[in-house]
Design a binder for this molecule. Structure first.
Ligand code: PLP
Length: 469
């Protein structure tokens, strides 16, 4: 291509003003302000100019007006699209940390909307007409469910642990078993949280065995608490021993120091009834006599991100006065979602049915298979020609650092394109307007039906049609 050809091509590119007068481009003003549109036009035209200058051989057909308009449209939509957006979770991991952990029950959405868009009694005692506390809204219900004396809520469980230690053990020592020094994920480690709180961690026992006398020997006049941490995301098997909560509490009482427990995932229902492995419930931890118990709002509890602290009243009252509480304070949206979720727990059947995390964890394989077969039929008729589709028996995980050894039998839609690789198909599904997140196993793309809602079938079908075209 000669320089002259390039010059001709460059001069054939429409100007910004010309494009602004174009009908198609003008329609974009419905979805974005003029300044964004002008920027997008400039960006796209610059790209075309650079492309022409760099290219050795350009087919003029590549620079049709329609292509330029389409590119500008894509650019604008990309800019105006929310960065934080919903995705379809086809991984089967119920508490997927990267995908937002727990999905909140649709039954609490209405109150969320109302509390966020209108004024509320967040910090007002309506009865007395005086300033109230934001913690009052969920304290009663937390106490009713867990049978604890008092309760409060902060941003997340990591903050809860830090607040507890800062309040109860600052400048003192806290005794923890070596078998319970958890790293939660994202390099977030319990020993580091403890260090930040100002409490000195005293490790006792060995990785696999810790005895009551290990704790006993570590206690001195600087000891402020004995702490038990739930080994959420790992298990130590074989020749092991752990001190029971009851024994730890008894020792703490004898020495007149408090016993605290970080439960990690907050389970409020005995899930063994539903075929899940045994997990200590918050009620059991409270009943064992623990002075303070902390747990997450958005792990197995299935609510919003929050750190819940329940326990003896005088400890909770001191925590409410700790300045860190202000830094860790929970916002009104979270409170609304948490109150709504906790209310569902007043009726166990209602909780299992309406809290998505519990519903997904307890759903029978038969029900998942039925959903799989509905989607299968739909996909066979729409994309069956370009892709082989089957239903396979698979296993899904709980995720979110909960029940790490538990594999739940599930049904997955299995896809193999006749034209593109599994990696390419996975990537295209992920790039969909509503991203569809899948798993690759043995060169096939899997959609685990445990975490798929029936109202997402159309999204999956649309994404697949686009990916395979
Ligand atoms: C998950 C977890 C935490 C942190 O809870 P977040 O709500 O994620 O802050 C703390 N301790 C244990 C044992 C956990 O499993």
């Amino acid at each position: 291509m000669t320089m002259l050809d390039k010059k001709n091509l460059l001069s054939s590119i429409p100007s910004v003003d010309e494009l602004l007068n174009n009908e198609e481009i003008n329609k974009l003003l419905d979805i974005c302000p003029r300044s964004v549109l002008v920027d997008s036009i400039r960006d796209c035209l610059k790209k075309y100019r650079d492309y022409i200058l760099k290219s050795q051989d350009i087919n003029e057909a590549e620079l049709k007006l329609n292509d330029i308009i389409a590119a500008i449209g894509g650019h604008v939509r990309n800019k105006m699209d929310n960065h934080l957006k919903r995705v379809v979770n086809g991984t089967g991991v119920v508490l997927h940390t990267n995908l937002g952990r727990a999905c909140i029950s649709s039954l609490v959405i209405e109150s969320l909307l109302e509390i966020s868009s209108r004024y509320s009694n967040l910090e007002m005692d309506i009865g007395k007409g005086i300033r109230g506390s934001r913690y009052d809204h969920v304290e009663d219900i937390l106490c009713r469910i867990t049978k604890a004396e008092a309760a409060m809520v902060v941003n997340n469980n990591a903050a809860a642990v830090m607040l507890v230690l800062s309040t109860m053990a600052k400048s003192g020592e806290v005794v923890v078993s070596r078998g319970q020094l958890v790293e939660i994920g994202g390099s977030f480690r319990i020993p580091d949280v403890m260090a930040q709180s100002g409490a000195k961690l005293v490790e006792v026992g060995t990785t696999n065995k810790t005895h009551l006398w290990d704790y006993e020997m570590a206690i001195n006049e600087n000891t402020r608490a004995l702490m038990k941490v739930h080994t959420s995301n790992y298990r130590i098997c074989g020749f092991t021993e752990e001190v029971s909560s009851e024994a730890l509490v008894e020792l703490a009482r004898e020495k007149s120091i408090p016993a605290i427990e970080d439960l990690g995932s907050g389970v409020l229902i005995d899930l063994t009834k539903y075929g899940l492995p045994y997990e200590p419930t918050v009620q059991e931890a409270v009943a064992s006599g623990m002075d303070v118990v902390t747990f997450s709002g958005d792990k197995m509890l299935g609510g919003p991100q929050a750190g819940i602290i329940v326990g003896k009243r005088h400890h909770i009252e001191s925590m409410k006065k700790n300045p860190l509480t202000r830094a860790f304070r929970i916002d009104k949206l979270t409170l609304a979602a948490l109150e709504g979720t906790l209310k569902l727990y007043l009726d166990e059947e209602r909780a299992i049915k309406n809290i998505p995390v519990l519903k997904m964890l307890t759903e029978s394989k038969k029900d998942i298979e039925e959903r799989a077969s509905l989607l299968y039929k739909r996909l066979i008729s729409s994309i069956g020609e370009s892709c082989s589709v089957s239903i396979e028996e698979e296993f899904s995980e709980v995720g979110g650092g909960s029940m790490p050894m538990h594999r739940m039998p599930t049904a997955a839609i299995c896809l193999t394109s006749h034209r593109i690789t599994a990696n390419e198909l996975e990537k295209r599904l992920r790039s969909n307007e509503i991203p569809v997140i899948t798993r690759i196993f043995k060169d096939r793309v899997l959609i685990d039906m445990r975490t798929i809602w029936e109202d997402e079938f159309a999204i999956i079908e649309g994404a697949l049609k686009k990916a395979l075209s």
